[in-house]
Ligand binder design. Structure first.
Ligand code: GLV
Ligand code: MN
Ligand code: MN
Length: 417
């Protein structure tokens, strides 16, 4: 295997940092974060900016039927499957500048560093920006990589609606009109040799333990649900309690019981109700409908199964007098990354004299789907106080560059296998 050197030496910290600053203007918020939700005008602007940089370097650009955006640097063997790296450019509504964007820009910087160093690889090296990783606008999240891997069906995803009823297929068509790229025909997905995703940690461990690189070994399993409670609209001033079918009152009973049932002693289970909608949303009408989302995660599938049963039982038993149901909209099993990639990330970090530690990921990433297709792994870098999904999210230029130096060495090694 090639030893570390030319490609990582060509990673330019200033260029990488400036690219983050340029991207942060697209959907930039007054508090210094970004609101660049999937398939919005801001997402299209980010796609155009990435494509303009790629064109300037002579890389090939194409998209697919779910809007994943690929940038390819050619290899010497035209038949060899590519080594791929990337993440996502969409953000949470009050998102940070680094979640996802770092993985795309680190991958792009890796392509540029290989180019600047004049390093030839046998396999092509690709940077990818997956569509709709966050899943805050359209459900489910990690959609582009899920369709690419076959985990979700293209047609079903194109039919997804956002919270305002906009159909994804139409939002995607608008995005591709605003940010045109050659569309690879057919259902998304092609042979990939291996995949490595760089990402900010989104938690506090690296910072607390004063390590620069997280060698990611696994991602915990995650499931999402929507609970729907049907009530009956009634006059807020005149309707006695016994005559009410208050959908929000039933939803709060269900939610309280769920919080209690998901409080585990060792604080491993993650349970979040992140969105509640109440209709018709009038102060003086008893709510006729309430819906809320659940995001639940655990490293073991059996624990998720067990808690899912509890959630179902609570919906059935606590909703009266309102009919209610729970629908599972996402189910991604825990992911174990490939030992070859894990070892390579650790070895390259160590060769580059970067402090590192093995760790699992609490957050979900596109790598969890691509790991079903080919050997995959991830590289984490610290983020300030572990804050993420927050406009205050921050990371240092030198940590971002360090993670990218590891990334390019790993990609080069994989691309010459
Ligand atoms: C990704 O943003 C996640 O929710 O884990
Ligand atoms: Mn992310
Ligand atoms: Mn995120």
């Amino acid at each position: 295997m090639a030893s570390s050197g030319a490609s990582s030496g060509s990673v330019k910290e200033d260029r990488l940092w400036q690219r983050h600053a340029d991207m942060a203007k697209l959907g930039g918020t007054p508090k210094g974060g970004v609101n660049r939700q999937a398939l919005s005008a801001e997402d299209a602007a980010a796609r155009n900016l990435l494509a303009s940089w790629a064109k300037a370097r002579g890389f090939t650009i194409f998209t697919d039927a779910i809007g994943n955006l690929f940038v390819q640097r050619a290899g010497s063997d035209p038949k060899a499957a590519p080594v791929m790296s990337g993440s996502h450019m969409d953000s949470q509504p009050t998102g940070g500048r680094f979640d996802g964007m770092y993985g795309v820009l680190a991958a792009f910087e890796a392509l540029e560093a290989l180019e600047d160093a004049g390093v030839k690889t046998k396999r092509p090296v690709m940077a990818v920006a997956w569509t709709n990783e966050e899943g805050s606008r359209f459900q489910p999240g990690a959609m582009g990589s899920a369709v690419f891997s076959g985990h979700n069906k293209l047609d079903e995803m194109l039919a997804a609606k956002d919270w305002k009823g906009v159909v994804l297929k139409e939002a995607l068509a608008e995005t591709l009109k605003a940010a045109p790229a050659t569309v690879r025909p057919g259902t998304p997905g092609f042979t990939v040799d291996s995949y490595v995703e760089a990402h900010i940690e989104q938690g506090p461990r690296l910072e607390n333990e004063k390590k620069t690189i997280g060698v990611v070994t696994a991602i915990q399993g995650s499931r999402r649900y929507i609970v729907t409670v049907d009530g009956e609209e009634a006059h807020a001033g005149t309707t006695p309690r016994a005559a009410r079918k208050d959908a929000f009152a039933a939803a709060t009973r269900i939610a309280s019981a769920m919080y209690e049932a998901t409080t585990d002693a060792d604080d491993t289970l993650r349970f979040t109700i992140g969105r509640v909608d109440v209709a018709p949303g009038s102060p003086n009408t008893v709510p006729g409908k309430a819906t809320f989302t659940i995001d639940m995660r655990h490293p073991r599938n059996e624990a998720l199964d067990e808690h899912e049963k509890k959630l179902e039982q609570i919906v059935t038993s606590r909703a009266a007098p309102c009919p209610a149901h729970i629908e599972r909209v996402t189910n991604v099993a825990p992911t174990d990354f490939d030992p070859v990639v894990i070892d390579l990330v650790r070895a390259k970090a160590t060769e580059l004299k970067l402090t590192n530690m093995d760790m699992p990921s609490g957050a979900g990433h596109d790598a969890m789907h691509i790991a079903r297709l080919c050997p995959a792994g991830m590289i984490f870098v610290p983020c300030e106080r572990g804050i993420s999904h927050n406009e205050a999210e921050n990371a240092t230029p030198s940590d971002l560059a360090a993670g990218t130096r590891v990334l390019v060495e790993v990609l080069e090694a994989l691309a010459n296998r």
